[in-house]
Write a protein that binds this ligand. Structure first.
Ligand SMILES: [Zn+2]
Length: 200
Protein backbone atom coordinates (compact mmCIF):
# COMPACT_ATOMS: atom_id res chain seq x y z
CA UNK A 1 0.00 0.00 0.00
CA UNK A 2 1.30 3.43 -0.96
CA UNK A 3 0.03 6.46 1.02
CA UNK A 4 -2.22 8.90 -0.84
CA UNK A 5 0.18 11.84 -0.38
CA UNK A 6 3.31 9.95 -1.54
CA UNK A 7 4.79 11.23 -4.81
CA UNK A 8 5.42 8.82 -7.72
CA UNK A 9 8.38 8.84 -10.11
CA UNK A 10 6.10 9.83 -13.01
CA UNK A 11 4.99 12.99 -11.17
CA UNK A 12 7.69 15.31 -12.44
CA UNK A 13 7.79 19.09 -12.33
CA UNK A 14 6.79 20.51 -15.71
CA UNK A 15 8.76 23.43 -17.09
CA UNK A 16 7.46 26.82 -15.97
CA UNK A 17 8.29 30.52 -15.99
CA UNK A 18 7.68 32.67 -12.90
CA UNK A 19 6.83 36.31 -13.62
CA UNK A 20 5.66 39.30 -11.57
CA UNK A 21 2.06 40.27 -12.20
CA UNK A 22 -0.15 42.60 -10.09
CA UNK A 23 2.48 42.91 -7.35
CA UNK A 24 2.97 39.18 -6.82
CA UNK A 25 4.57 36.19 -8.48
CA UNK A 26 2.59 34.30 -11.09
CA UNK A 27 3.12 31.71 -13.79
CA UNK A 28 3.47 33.12 -17.27
CA UNK A 29 0.78 30.64 -18.41
CA UNK A 30 -1.14 30.52 -15.14
CA UNK A 31 -4.53 28.84 -14.80
CA UNK A 32 -7.09 28.97 -11.98
CA UNK A 33 -5.83 25.68 -10.58
CA UNK A 34 -2.37 27.09 -9.80
CA UNK A 35 -3.60 28.96 -6.68
CA UNK A 36 -5.33 27.88 -3.50
CA UNK A 37 -8.42 29.52 -1.97
CA UNK A 38 -6.25 32.21 -0.35
CA UNK A 39 -4.57 33.11 -3.64
CA UNK A 40 -1.24 31.43 -2.87
CA UNK A 41 0.66 30.14 -5.92
CA UNK A 42 1.48 26.41 -5.69
CA UNK A 43 4.28 24.36 -7.19
CA UNK A 44 3.21 22.39 -10.25
CA UNK A 45 3.69 18.65 -10.42
CA UNK A 46 2.27 16.15 -12.89
CA UNK A 47 -0.67 14.31 -11.25
CA UNK A 48 -0.32 10.57 -11.97
CA UNK A 49 -0.48 8.56 -8.73
CA UNK A 50 0.17 4.86 -9.26
CA UNK A 51 2.36 5.37 -12.33
CA UNK A 52 6.03 4.52 -11.94
CA UNK A 53 7.74 3.94 -8.61
CA UNK A 54 6.54 5.45 -5.30
CA UNK A 55 8.95 8.02 -3.86
CA UNK A 56 8.35 7.35 -0.19
CA UNK A 57 10.41 10.29 0.96
CA UNK A 58 8.59 12.77 -1.30
CA UNK A 59 5.10 14.22 -1.00
CA UNK A 60 2.90 15.42 -3.88
CA UNK A 61 2.15 19.14 -3.25
CA UNK A 62 -1.47 19.07 -4.42
CA UNK A 63 -2.38 15.88 -2.54
CA UNK A 64 -0.64 17.15 0.62
CA UNK A 65 -2.62 20.40 0.46
CA UNK A 66 -5.93 18.67 -0.33
CA UNK A 67 -5.40 16.29 2.60
CA UNK A 68 -4.88 19.25 4.95
CA UNK A 69 -7.69 21.43 3.60
CA UNK A 70 -10.30 18.69 3.45
CA UNK A 71 -9.02 16.56 6.34
CA UNK A 72 -8.42 13.54 4.13
CA UNK A 73 -6.47 10.62 5.55
CA UNK A 74 -2.90 10.90 4.25
CA UNK A 75 -2.78 7.13 3.69
CA UNK A 76 -6.21 6.05 2.31
CA UNK A 77 -7.62 9.50 1.30
CA UNK A 78 -10.88 8.91 3.19
CA UNK A 79 -12.47 12.08 4.68
CA UNK A 80 -11.69 12.00 8.43
CA UNK A 81 -13.72 14.95 9.72
CA UNK A 82 -14.00 14.73 13.54
CA UNK A 83 -12.20 11.39 13.75
CA UNK A 84 -8.96 12.84 12.34
CA UNK A 85 -5.86 12.12 14.38
CA UNK A 86 -2.27 13.23 13.91
CA UNK A 87 0.73 11.03 14.50
CA UNK A 88 3.87 12.97 15.26
CA UNK A 89 7.35 11.63 15.83
CA UNK A 90 8.77 12.22 19.28
CA UNK A 91 11.31 14.58 17.79
CA UNK A 92 8.68 16.78 16.15
CA UNK A 93 6.52 16.64 19.18
CA UNK A 94 9.34 18.03 21.25
CA UNK A 95 9.50 20.99 18.89
CA UNK A 96 5.99 22.13 19.87
CA UNK A 97 5.71 25.88 20.30
CA UNK A 98 5.85 25.72 24.11
CA UNK A 99 5.33 23.37 27.03
CA UNK A 100 2.49 20.88 26.96
CA UNK A 101 -0.22 21.41 25.80
CA UNK A 102 0.94 24.24 23.56
CA UNK A 103 -0.21 24.31 19.92
CA UNK A 104 1.78 22.01 17.61
CA UNK A 105 2.64 22.90 14.03
CA UNK A 106 3.02 20.11 11.49
CA UNK A 107 3.19 19.49 7.74
CA UNK A 108 1.90 15.94 8.19
CA UNK A 109 -1.77 15.59 7.16
CA UNK A 110 -4.23 13.67 9.37
CA UNK A 111 -4.90 9.96 9.55
CA UNK A 112 -8.18 8.11 9.89
CA UNK A 113 -8.29 5.78 12.91
CA UNK A 114 -8.19 2.77 10.57
CA UNK A 115 -4.80 3.79 9.14
CA UNK A 116 -2.95 4.49 12.40
CA UNK A 117 -1.52 0.99 12.69
CA UNK A 118 -0.60 0.99 8.99
CA UNK A 119 1.18 4.33 9.38
CA UNK A 120 3.50 2.91 12.04
CA UNK A 121 4.77 0.53 9.34
CA UNK A 122 4.69 2.91 6.35
CA UNK A 123 6.17 6.07 7.83
CA UNK A 124 9.90 5.90 8.60
CA UNK A 125 9.80 9.05 10.75
CA UNK A 126 7.46 7.31 13.23
CA UNK A 127 9.73 4.33 13.87
CA UNK A 128 11.55 5.83 16.82
CA UNK A 129 8.48 6.70 18.84
CA UNK A 130 5.48 8.91 18.29
CA UNK A 131 2.46 10.50 19.90
CA UNK A 132 -1.14 10.47 18.64
CA UNK A 133 -3.13 13.70 18.99
CA UNK A 134 -6.78 14.43 18.33
CA UNK A 135 -7.25 18.20 17.98
CA UNK A 136 -10.47 20.15 18.47
CA UNK A 137 -9.23 23.03 16.36
CA UNK A 138 -7.04 23.02 13.26
CA UNK A 139 -5.85 26.16 11.49
CA UNK A 140 -3.55 26.82 8.51
CA UNK A 141 -0.25 27.96 10.04
CA UNK A 142 2.59 28.18 7.53
CA UNK A 143 3.80 27.45 4.01
CA UNK A 144 7.03 25.80 2.94
CA UNK A 145 8.22 26.47 -0.57
CA UNK A 146 10.32 28.81 -2.65
CA UNK A 147 10.29 32.48 -1.72
CA UNK A 148 11.12 34.90 -4.55
CA UNK A 149 12.76 38.24 -3.92
CA UNK A 150 12.44 40.88 -6.62
CA UNK A 151 15.83 42.42 -7.47
CA UNK A 152 16.97 44.71 -10.29
CA UNK A 153 18.39 41.59 -11.97
CA UNK A 154 15.18 39.58 -11.67
CA UNK A 155 13.63 37.22 -9.14
CA UNK A 156 15.94 35.48 -6.65
CA UNK A 157 14.52 32.20 -5.28
CA UNK A 158 15.28 30.83 -1.77
CA UNK A 159 13.80 27.86 0.09
CA UNK A 160 11.74 29.12 3.04
CA UNK A 161 8.95 28.48 5.51
CA UNK A 162 6.80 31.49 6.37
CA UNK A 163 3.62 32.07 8.37
CA UNK A 164 0.35 31.63 6.48
CA UNK A 165 -0.63 35.25 7.18
CA UNK A 166 2.80 36.65 6.26
CA UNK A 167 2.39 39.33 3.55
CA UNK A 168 5.30 37.68 1.70
CA UNK A 169 3.03 34.77 0.74
CA UNK A 170 2.46 36.69 -2.50
CA UNK A 171 6.13 35.99 -3.31
CA UNK A 172 5.91 32.31 -2.34
CA UNK A 173 5.61 29.29 -4.63
CA UNK A 174 4.28 26.83 -2.05
CA UNK A 175 5.14 23.14 -1.75
CA UNK A 176 3.59 22.19 1.59
CA UNK A 177 0.95 23.53 3.94
CA UNK A 178 1.53 23.34 7.70
CA UNK A 179 -1.35 23.41 10.14
CA UNK A 180 -1.52 24.24 13.81
CA UNK A 181 -3.22 21.75 16.11
CA UNK A 182 -4.95 23.44 19.05
CA UNK A 183 -6.85 22.11 22.04
CA UNK A 184 -5.84 18.53 21.41
CA UNK A 185 -6.06 15.41 23.48
CA UNK A 186 -3.49 12.68 23.59
CA UNK A 187 -4.77 9.31 22.33
CA UNK A 188 -3.27 6.08 23.63
CA UNK A 189 -2.04 3.76 20.81
CA UNK A 190 -4.01 0.94 22.47
CA UNK A 191 -7.23 2.84 21.70
CA UNK A 192 -6.22 2.85 18.03
CA UNK A 193 -5.62 -0.92 17.90
CA UNK A 194 -1.84 -0.53 17.79
CA UNK A 195 -0.23 -3.27 19.82
CA UNK A 196 3.46 -2.48 20.21
CA UNK A 197 4.05 1.04 18.97
CA UNK A 198 7.57 1.54 20.28
CA UNK A 199 9.13 -1.66 18.98
CA UNK A 200 9.13 -0.91 15.28
ZN1 LIG B 1 -7.03 6.11 6.29
Amino acid sequence: MVPFITAWSSERAPGFAVVVRDGRIAYADETKRDRDGSGVLWTRKVFSPGVGVPQFKAVHPLRQRRAMERLLCQVCAKPCDKSAVWMLSQREYESAEGPWPAPVMTAHPPLCPGCVERATRLCPHLRNGYVILRPDRIAPAALTGVLYRPTPLGLTPTAATIAYDDPRTRWMRAVQLHVQLKDYTLVHPRDMNVTSPQKR
